[in-house]
Design a binder for this molecule. Structure first.
Ligand code: F6P
Length: 385
């Protein structure tokens, strides 16, 4: 390069440092970002990691466009240009500064009430803003849409968000540990009142299809029975476990129950039959149904606690802050080196990537014969099976 060709900012945009890193790109990168699906505590921490990483790793500088309320913002062009200031001080702030929404994948190809083609609309917004990449923070459904946009030719980098930890292709999702910490705290609080009153307590936790939160919080909280969707229960086995505790002189018991826990007979029904049966359920949730069944079959006094969305609120736990920062920086590295079509993932404690097309549409279930379930059973915990 002729010395006179060097731009006045040469030492900044093409420094020895950036050449060493191999990120010799001097072009400004325009990055779109959105948070989609159920929120969790460390969405902001993750976005902060992405943006801080980009400022470090893209010598040409970046412009960040935040889409409001998930894919809706991308479809309808609701976005705002964000600066570094927007991402400072949010490491410990729950929720998402961009807002989120659920835009079910199965409706993405269905025109909206005005006949708008949502996929074409998302592609148009991306092109209009001349984006180099779209960063998606989302769970299972959101990753399916991210993969669809990849197939449509957009540069996409995704990050694994959900309290459920049910995303395939990563050992851990950000938001999971924070939810487990909160759910465990709820069980801890119930322990003292259950013991004082010699009651059976059902703590019903989040997890419609997958029981990771309930499994971890149940073990951490010392629950006596853990019921999760992947291991259908027989109410007689649940009652038997309670009776055995009573025979051992234990005046109280704690059940950690996933909102998607299901009996063996219901698990044997077809999806259609089970949906019909749920419509006729006279109890608001499975926890209340279990309480009624246990009281019918025993002389135990039973109470139910449902922490609900508190499991998704408040500050991210330190563990999540660390993995969110690391996952976010990894996403920045992918963008700086123009590696797209990937979801950033965790394998053990290492940060890696999984191709989006392998993630989309798959759930990571608790396997009934896994080590953690076997070890829980060897602790004397009943799964009602
Ligand atoms: O996917 C996360 C999750 O919190 C599930 O555990 C829960 O069943 C669901 O979202 C609740 O969805 P919503 O926030 O739309 O009520």
């Amino acid at each position: 390069m002729d010395m006179t060709d060097r731009g006045k900012n040469y030492n900044k945009t093409y420094s020895k440092e950036s050449q060493k890193k191999g990120y010799g790109e001097t072009k400004m990168k325009r990055i779109g970002m959105l948070t989609s699906g159920g929120d969790c505590q460390s969405l902001n921490a993750t976005m902060r990691g992405v943006v801080k990483g980009l400022h470090q790793l893209v010598p040409g500088g970046v412009e960040i466009y935040g889409f409001e309320n998930g894919y809706k913002g991308l479809i309808y062009g609701n976005y705002r240009k964000l600066s570094g200031k927007d991402f400072s001080g949010i490491l410990t702030t729950g929720g998402t500064i961009l807002g989120t929404s659920r835009q079910p994948f199965k409706l993405m190809r269905v025109p909206d009430e005005n006949g708008l083609d949502k996929v074409e609309a998302m592609k148009s917004t991306y092109a209009y803003l001349k984006l180099d990449c779209l960063v998606v923070l989302g769970g299972n459904g959101s990753q399916k849409t991210a993969n669809l946009l990849r197939e449509e030719g957009l540069n996409v980098v995704a990050l694994p968000k959900t309290i459920d930890n049910d995303l395939w292709g990563t050992d851990m999702t950000f938001g999971f540990q924070s939810a487990v910490d909160l759910a465990t705290h709820d069980i801890d609080c119930i322990h003292t009142t259950a013991a004082s009153h010699n009651r059976v307590f059902i703590v019903e936790l989040m997890g419609h299809k997958v029981g990771w939160v309930t499994l971890h919080a149940g073990i951490a909280g010392g629950a006596d029975i853990i019921l999760i969707p992947e291991i259908p229960y027989d109410i007689r086995n649940v009652v038997g476990a309670l009776e055995r505790r009573k025979e051992q002189g234990k005046g109280f018991s704690i059940l950690a129950v996933a909102e998607g826990a299901i009996s063996k007979e219901d698990a044997a029904l077809s999806k259609k039959e089970y949906k019909e049966k749920l419509k006729k359920r006279t109890y608001p949730t499975v926890g209340y149904e279990l309480a009624a069944e246990i009281e019918d079959m025993t002389d135990f006094e039973v109470r139910v606690t449902v922490p609900g969305h508190t499991q998704r609120g408040g500050q991210p736990c330190p563990f999540d802050r660390v993995i969110s920062s690391r996952l976010g920086v990894k996403a920045a590295e992918l963008i700086a080196t123009e590696q797209y079509g990937l979801m950033v993932a965790m394998k053990g404690f290492e940060i890696t990537t999984t191709p989006l097309e392998k993630v989309a549409g798959k759930l990571k279930y608790v396997t009934p014969d896994s080590d953690i379930v076997k070890q829980a059973k060897h602790l004397g915990i009943s799964f009602g099976d």
